[in-house]
Design a protein around this ligand. Structure first.
Ligand code: CMP
Length: 200
């Protein structure tokens, strides 16, 4: 059965905060009809960032393979062909990037929240993220530039990749009492079966 209260974790990374994009990014998610149920501004520790990415035990391999694939698609050769080696390097660079200043952590809730948020966010590499997405419209980075400069890809956002990930990630970033349960009047038009009561 479809979970109409699916939750997902979204982080506006330091580049999003520094570029004054907090409002623009929240606006794009808010307009979708999803509901903001948790929000905080924090400067994360290295430990939190490491725990966050390693909630997925295969994260290093996946991130490495995705990066190699992105190089291949452009007809380029990846600086390393070893996914785990890439994953290790990316994790170190991510720690530097994400602890460099304040970030915004949010929980968004609603039907298909994980997929809807990822669609609005766009693909990992801004150079090829679709136009109309946050990463495609609002920033410019690429794997090549990030790798040659020895840093993480600055792509404004992190968004949970699956229900399993989001559950673990939300538990890392939020206490239970920091996530609110409330109703938006707009939910009627999104979820109610009968639309009686609109006409007077
Ligand atoms: P995110 O969606 O948070 O997931 C992992 C992050 O690592 C990704 O966004 C990028 O910021 C970064 N990243 C992934 N692959 C690379 C790479 N090959 N080089 C540098 N940064 C990367």
């Amino acid at each position: 059965m479809i979970n109409k209260k699916e939750q997902t974790l979204v982080i506006i990374k330091p580049d999003g905060v520094q570029r004054g994009l907090i409002g623009e990014i929240i606006k794009r998610y808010e307009k979708s009809g999803l509901k903001l149920t948790g929000l905080k501004i924090v400067i994360p520790t290295n430990k939190l960032i490491e725990s966050h990415y390693l909630v997925d035990l295969n994260w290093k391999t996946k991130v490495g393979e995705k990066s190699i694939e992105a190089y291949k698609k452009k007809g380029l050769i990846s600086p390393s062909e070893n996914p785990i080696e890439i994953g290790d390097r990316v994790l170190n660079n991510l720690k530097k990037y994400l602890t460099s200043g304040p970030i915004i952590a949010m929980v968004w809730e609603g039907m298909n929240a994980i997929a809807i948020i990822r669609k609005i966010t766009g693909g990992t590499e801004p150079l090829v993220s679709d136009v109309g997405t946050i990463r495609g419209d609002l920033t410019i980075d690429s794997y090549e530039v990030a790798d040659s400069d020895g840093r993480a890809v600055r792509n404004l956002i992190h968004a949970s990749g699956s229900a399993e990930e989001s559950e673990k990630e939300i538990a890392l970033w939020f206490n239970k009492n920091e996530i609110l349960s409330y109703r938006l009047v707009s939910e009627s038009i999104l979820y109610d079966v009968n639309l009686d009561g609109i006409l007077e």
